[in-house]
Ligand binder design. Structure first.
Ligand code: PLP
Length: 422
């Protein structure tokens, strides 16, 4: 099936007389006739539900749809995008391990890697999104367990050089994990470009209406953990907390990674999605392929308008001809990238703040990627405590305004930008 059909119908095939829409199974627990039957579930010998902290039918149905959209072999939902990034890395790294990440990633993820994982004894090396083959090569250590990047980085809007990052990871016997939040599988399927595991903040375009915080992890099933058993003992040697189950033996390459993440990490950390949130997410997914087109059309129309405006200093949008990432975007995201555009207002910090206050349709929000257009000026909001020099050191220009184009009519959005700039 093509992606649009999967968006609408993937993951759920009701049988005769069953609900047409994905049902909300709100129950925390599930009933069994014998203790032995339930024991088999605990030992991972049989498939089934016993407690919604680990697995829930509504959440699994929606995970199966996202799995099909990405072309993966197994998937899980999490309570947030941050939880997805954390579990994806922590499923492979323990204290004493190291991983490599592109520096062009979401600020929350950057902090998780640089501060919180460091406190847990896991070391990260950040590399430039423009790192050469040699620079990437030099970042690897004997204890490196994975490489991480974002397809289109929030908010830098840099496009991941899949060829370079995937081949470096694979040459060193580790997987490439990619946060595919901004393009969604409608615009890019990272597994087709060498990624091994994909994460999502479903909070953004997938939900698309600002209704529910959530995340997802999808495994391609392509990375062969058993080729590097010394690097990934958690997958290739017995798990004593599950009666000696070896995940790669019992679940194969298709299921080992996600089963371990559910059985160990969901069990112990409980970053569980709510069935109601999964239900809302599914409603968003049913129109994702239709919405992404419009988000991208609006983003491109606005980027073109801003590019020629005399009060605009610069524009960053990967699908705009002339952008530093235009070539990569054409290669990996030929149908469009996302609806987020950033630009600089001539006049710096003060002019950018004044511009935003004049907008009538685009609201000031700490959010991106839903139906309603919004904007954020980091220098006067999220980063207001920093001086211009400190902002630049953090990779944020003082005049940067991030615009997220929703589903309104492009003419009205451009008229709003024009009057505010005026
Ligand atoms: C928002 C976002 C996250 C974090 O997702 P939450 O659901 O807010 O936890 C991670 N990655 C990217 C690219 C994001 O935009």
């Amino acid at each position: 099936m093509k992606i649009g059909t999967t968006c609408v119908q993937g993951g759920y095939r009701p049988q005769n007389g069953e609900p047409r829409e994905v049902p909300i199974i709100q129950s925390t627990t599930f009933k069994y006739d014998t203790g032995e039957a339930m024991g088999k579930l605990f030992d991972l010998e049989a498939n089934g539900y016993f407690y919604s902290r680990l697995q829930n039918p509504t959440c699994d149905t929606v995970a199966a749809k996202i799995c099909a959209m990405e072309g993966g072999t197994a998937a899980m939902l999490t309570s947030s995008g941050m939880a997805a990034s954390f579990l994806a890395v922590f499923n492979l790294c323990s204290a004493g391990d190291h991983f490599i990440s592109s520096a062009a990633i979401y600020g929350g993820t950057y902090n998780l890697f640089a501060v919180t994982l460091k406190r847990m004894g896991i070391d990260v090396t950040f590399v430039s999104p423009d790192a050469t083959e040699e620079e990437l090569d030099a970042a690897f250590r004997p204890n490196t367990k994975l490489v991480f990047g974002e397809t289109v980085a929030n908010p830098a809007l840099r496009v991941l050089n899949f060829d370079r990052f995937a081949s470096a990871a694979h040459a060193h016997g580790v997987p490439l994990i990619v946060d595919n939040t901004f393009p969604t599988p409608v615009n890019c399927r990272p597994f087709e470009w060498g990624a091994d595991i994909v994460t999502h903040a479903t909070t953004k375009y997938m939900d698309g209406h600002g209704s529910a915080v959530g995340g997802a992890i999808v495994d391609s099933g392509k990375f062969d953990w058993t080729k590097y058993p010394e690097k990934f003992p958690g997958l290739t040697t017995p798990d004593e907390s599950y009666h000696g189950v070896t995940y790669t033996e019992l679940f194969g390459l298709a299921g080992a990674y996600i089963t371990k993440a559910v059985a160990q990490l969901m069990r112990d950390l409980g970053v569980t999605p709510a069935p109601m949130s999964a239900y809302l997410l599914n409603i968003g997914l049913e129109s994702l392929h239709v919405r992404m087109k419009k988000h991208c059309e609006n983003g491109l129309a606005a980027a073109r308008f801003l590019k020629t405006h005399p009060k605009v200093a610069w524009v960053k949008y990967p699908s705009l001809p002339g952008d530093e990432d235009y070539g990569l975007a054409q290669k990996y995201l030929p149908d469009g990238s996302c609806g987020v555009v950033s630009f600089g207002v001539k006049g710096g910090r003060a002019a950018a703040g004044a511009f935003m206050e004049k907008l009538k349709i685009m609201a000031i929000e700490t959010h991106v990627a839903d139906a309603r257009s919004c904007c954020l000026h980091p220098a006067t909001t999220t980063h207001r405590q920093l001086s211009d020099e400190e902002l630049l050191a953090a990779g944020v220009k003082p005049d940067l305004v991030r615009l997220s184009f929703g589903l309104e009519d492009a003419d009205d959005l451009i008229a709003d930008l024009a009057q505010a700039l005026e």
